[in-house]
Design a protein around this ligand. Structure first.
Ligand SMILES: Nc1nc2c(ncn2[C@@H]2O[C@H](COP(=O)(O)OP(=O)(O)OP(=O)(O)O)[C@@H](O)[C@H]2O)c(=O)[nH]1
Ligand SMILES: [Mg+2]
Length: 238
């Protein structure tokens, strides 16, 4: 997938301040410091587009970046950073939860996990929350350059084992390294598939004989067309 332009759009402290919902969005979420902003830069092909820092809790707002004038990458604040003041933490988390639950043009979430760690309770709770809220996501194991391939495989297997009972169809799993520039093609493939489904859906709304059937991307594209609708909010564990 070719990206002809990648520009910073705006930052929002909460859902009400987000830009209009006219473009499909793909969002990065995960623990503070897991590599969300770095991965966004890798996918966009533009180093320095999103700000990267070794200090956990660096990204504090919902940051929007427009790709090829047709879709957006969204950098979300991380969860699980103990040093952020309790009140700020709860505000960031509320904004992230609102975005994930109510943003109608959200096509897919990239849920990032550190490939060097065994399953962490907070990540398991977060993935369970995504599942309970029926938010479409894929898992992305980051920083594969930092650990031996066998450790990456073992950590992925342990995580997917722990969550396997929560899904009829388990989420797709990807790996990446922003440092080694690995994983870009496969993750852009997720975007391309969703964009193709959206295009097929808009064509089929003009000609019902072309309606796409059964693909997960077709399901995601329906989210784009749904009216803004509040869902009940189950307890948020993070
Ligand atoms: N070795 C290695 N380091 C990485 C990789 N990706 C990110 N980092 C480093 O990890 C640190 C955090 O990266 P960020 O991209 O800022 O992480 P983040 O998830 O956006 O962090 P917050 O905004 O604080 O939630 C930085 O020092 C990055 O250079 C990677 O693939 N490999
Ligand atoms: Mg960040």
């Amino acid at each position: 997938m070719n990206i002809s332009s990648a520009i910073f759009d705006c930052s929002a402290p909460d859902l009400d301040s987000c830009p209009d919902e006219s473009l499909p969005e793909f969002a990065f979420i995960g623990r503070s410091n897991v590599g969300k902003s770095s991965l966004l830069n890798l996918l966009s092909g533009k180093q320095g587009l999103a700000r990267v820092s070794p200090t956990p809790g660096f990204t504090k707002l919902i940051n929007f970046f427009t790709m090829s004038q047709g879709w957006r990458l969204v950098d979300l604040p991380g969860y699980g950073f103990a040093q952020v003041a309790r009140q700020d933490r709860s505000q960031f988390n509320q904004a992230v939860a609102d975005y994930l639950q109510h943003r109608t043009n959200l096509c897919c979430v990239f849920a990032l996990l550190d490939s060097g760690l065994p399953p962490q309770a907070i990540d398991l709770e977060f993935v369970e929350w995504l599942a309970r809220n029926a938010i479409p996501f894929v898992l992305v194991f980051t920083k594969t350059d930092k650990v031996a391939p066998g450790t990456v495989r073992a950590n992925i297997e342990a995580f997917t084992d722990r969550i396997s009972g929560w899904f009829e169809k388990p989420p797709a799993v990807f790996t990446c390294s922003a440092t080694a520039r690995q994983g870009r093609g496969a993750l852009l493939g997720v975007v391309a598939e969703a964009m193709a489904a959206i295009q097929a859906e808009s064509q089929s709304s003009q000609n019902p004989a072309l309606a796409p059937t059964g693909s997960p991307a077709a399901g995601r594209s329906k989210r784009v067309l749904k009216p803004h609708r509040k869902r009940p909010q189950p307890t948020r564990p993070w």
